[in-house]
Design a protein around this ligand. Structure first.
Ligand code: BGC
Length: 762
């Protein structure tokens, strides 16, 4: 992909056909033939769409990007792609052709209808040429392009694609094609939005999966074939079939199976998640939909005849981020948990960090991203991806400074001006985390004004006497400790919303004080330091007894108070004891939701209860991280009890089997089990903290991370007598190693591989 980008001479164009709020129309093809009289040396195509596009020049795809140009707040900006296409051109008649899909722009979005941004997809392209003789030329999208229908009769990102191969028009994107029956395109007034390159990597086909089982069964006189890929993922299938003209195959996607072995689709909340393919002629054909993706493990295929030649490949799609981290240890169950976390990340990082990839939702929920961002940065290089999403947050910010619950936003949550505690705070926590992991001041500088406005909004509209989500001024108060198990069945759990709100307000102020200092805004830094003091004081006054007991007594209340340092040092031991008492009373089970869970094990570790942290991590019965693993999960479930042997499936209204939020425990496994972390005072792993903390049943662990400086790694093993460890420090970095069995001394290391051993003390 090239950096130059220019669409200054091109016009926005579209097909005349338009769908409605409930139903789309055939995906339009747009084409333009053009003559090249002499050889081309350089050719740059700048291109984008409001909607999705697939573009070919002379019958060949211009790139391997999928679902381009991705999702932004389209009323503010759309991303432009630029490609070197010189190899696709030749002297003589050439042609460029684009098929447009509805995508996020005018397809179904979340639980809403279609056409939330516009009524039809729109397209713009500019081809800038330099001939071998040094002269230049240009071809642009304009009124001279022509349009016709395609074989894609209907397409929807969420619902699926309907494809009739009999309608294919061979040669449509090459020179010499007869387009005399095609219609003129419409030229659309240029939208008043920014056209710019994306800081995020493009989405691509990253991986292919082979089925682990294919079973056919005669049901009501029809053959139903069920394919299991053995892995829940986001993407679609590529199908090869030898069919008869007009034969239609139906492919339904699902994450789970019903007790009777049929696919379970109730949790998709009515979204079809089905593709249809009609065969063109007798003989083998290969097809993959292009303008949709599904979240699934199983595909049910109907319409096949007995023993008909047919095969499927699972095509995994996500933003093309480098896998930078690895974690493994002596527990196969924890290794599976780590794999499930990684798959959750893959499945939900398609241009926007989403809650889930399967049901009628798939939104950039701020809370979920905030919870998971640290873990995500261990697994993959997410720097560019989050630069893009933090821009989405800025674009979605309300005029009064409120940050919505989702970004990009299209008024999904109606009148809510902010997403509430632990959700909107993503606007501070995510850039801060990217700064720490990549030594990235730019993301802080880019976002500073937005963060400042957000904190001003909280002060003006959400707080009274420094209590955020104060019931006198905020009648909603946020999503609470979402899906916690201590709320008698209520999704928001039992931790008071003003407690969560005030805890996060204090944390925001603390981070903003640091951020202002880093960026040299000294006055602001002082202001936020004093705000932090005021909020902590208010928190103590309202929620903490002098002995260290905390209102509501939930695990999450204790976790937040301890993690964000909201209670006096002398009361922390009592608070931790209360937390442990609650965990013990549940026979070493957690009860936390989205808000408390990411910090639970850190708090126990910091307060000297590593033993309890390991018991929770290795707990195999419900509720725990390993309960889904023991029950066959291949991704992280949205709910601790998404499925139980006693009750079967949880409420179909909200039961995703591919939600990364509880996967936030991954950061603890890297940082504490393996012992690989950064130093917040010297971010970006310039100074590496190695602090392995063996515990539980583990006898070994290892983690590695590719950083800007090179590979950082640690591996340890121990038997009853000896702990052995080796660390790797890249050139230009230094490390501090904390031996697990002697808390008082630490060792300094420079670049290189360093072995270390010490006796095990019990
Ligand atoms: C989403 C969550 C999200 C929540 C808000 C749900 O529908 O799936 O992950 O954070 O709403 O509480």
């Amino acid at each position: 992909m090239l950096n130059s980008l220019s669409l200054s001479h091109a016009s926005w164009i579209a097909a005349p056909s338009v769908g409605g709020p409930q139903c789309g129309v055939v995906a339009p093809c747009l084409r333009k033939a053009f003559d090249l009289s002499r050889p081309v040396q350089e050719a740059t195509l700048s291109i984008t769409a409001l909607g999705l596009y697939e573009c070919e020049i002379n019958g060949r795809n211009i790139s391997d990007f999928v679902l381009a140009p991705g999702w932004t707040n389209y009323d503010r900006r759309v991303h432009v792609q630029s490609f070197d296409v010189s190899q696709l051109l030749h002297v003589g008649e050439n042609a460029m052709g684009a098929i447009l899909g509805d995508g996020w722009y005018c397809g179904f979005l979340a639980w809403k209808s279609r056409q939330l941004y516009g009524d039809r997809p729109k397209f713009i392209a500019q081809l800038d040429l330099t001939y071998a003789d040094g002269t230049t030329d240009r071809f642009v999208s304009d009124q001279s392009w022509k349009t016709a229908g395609s074989a894609i009769l209907q397409n929807d990102l969420l619902a699926g694609e309907i494809y009739d191969a009999r309608l294919e028009q061979p040669g449509w994107s090459s020179g010499g094609f007869d387009d005399s029956t095609w219609l003129p395109v419409m030229v659309i007034p240029a939208p008043d939005i920014a056209l710019e390159t994306s800081p995020a990597p493009p989405m691509r086909r990253i991986q292919e999966l082979k089925p682990v089982s294919v079973q056919s069964k005669l049901t009501d006189g029809k053959w139903i074939t069920q394919v299991d890929f053995g892995q829940n993922f986001s993407g679609r299938v590529r199908m090869t079939v030898s069919g008869a003209t007009g034969q239609t195959l139906t492919l339904r996607h699902a994450e789970m199976l019903n007790p009777d072995g049929t696919i379970y689709v109730d949790n998709l909340r009515g979204i079809r998640a089905t593709d249809f393919y009609t065969c063109r002629e007798d003989g083998a054909a290969t097809w993959e939909p292009v303008f949709t993706f599904h979240g699934f493990r199983y595909v049910e295929v109907s319409g096949l005849n007995k023993d008909q030649a047919f095969s499927l490949v699972g095509v995994v799609l996500h933003s093309d981020m480098e896998v930078t981290g690895s974690f493994s240890c002596s527990s196969p169950l924890l290794n599976k948990l780590q794999q499930n976390i990684l798959w959750g990340q893959k499945s939900n990082f398609l241009d926007v960090p989403t809650d889930c990839p399967q049901r009628n939702e798939r939104l950039g929920w701020t809370g979920d991203a905030q919870v998971f961002v640290r873990t995500a940065a261990f697994n993959m290089d997410i720097q560019g991806f989050f630069h893009k999403w933090v821009q989405d947050l800025r674009d979605a910010q309300k005029p009064n400074g409120g940050v919505p619950a989702v970004a990009p936003d299209r008024n999904f949550l109606g009148d809510l001006t902010d997403g509430g505690p632990a959700w909107s705070d993503a606007t501070i926590i995510c850039p801060w985390t990217i700064y720490l992991c990549y030594d990235d001041r730019k993301i802080l500088a880019d976002h500073y004004d937005s963060m400042r406005r957000y904190l001003d909004f909280l002060a003006a509209h959400r707080c009274k006497d420094f209590i955020r989500s104060h019931p006198d001024v905020d009648h909603w108060g946020g999503f609470g400790d979402w899906l916690a198990l201590d709320g008698s069945g209520k999704t928001e759990g039992c931790t008071p919303r003003d407690l969560i709100g005030t805890a996060f307000y204090a944390y925001d102020a603390e981070l903003m004080c640091k951020i202002a200092g880093i960026l040299g805004h000294t006055g602001d830094a002082l202001r936020y330091a004093s705000l932090h003091e005021d909020v902590v004081r208010a928190f103590r006054h309202r929620f903490v007894t002098p002995e260290g007991l905390i209102a509501s007594g939930t695990q999450t209340a204790y976790v937040l108070a301890l993690r964000f340092n909201l209670i006096p040092e002398e009361a922390r031991a009592v608070a931790c004891r209360q937390l442990v008492r609650d965990i013990e009373s549940r026979d070493f089970h957690l009860s936390t939701g989205f808000v408390g869970t990411p910090h639970l094990l850190d708090v126990l570790t910091e307060r000297g209860r590593l033993d309890v942290a390991y018991r929770l991590l290795e707990q195999e019965t419900f509720p725990s991280w390993l309960f889904p693993v023991k029950n066959g999960a291949t991704t992280i479930w949205e709910r601790w009890d998404g499925w139980t042997p006693e009750k079967g499936f949880q409420d179909k209204g909200m039961n995703s089997f591919n939600h990364y939020a509880y996967g936030a425990v991954g950061a603890w496994m890297y940082r504490t089990v393996a012992g690989l972390d950064l130093d917040p005072d010297l971010p970006g792993y310039k100074h590496i903290i190695f602090r392995p903390r063996p515990g539980g049943s583990l006898t070994s662990a290892e983690a590695s991370l590719t950083t800007a400086h090179g590979k950082v790694a640690i591996s340890w093993e121990q038997d009853a007598a000896t702990f052995r460890c080796e660390i790797t420090v890249p050139v230009g970095c230094r490390a501090t190693f904390f031996p697990p069995y002697d808390n008082l001394s630490s060792l300094a290391f420079g670049p290189g591989n360093h072995p270390f051993s010490q006796p095990v003390k019990t």
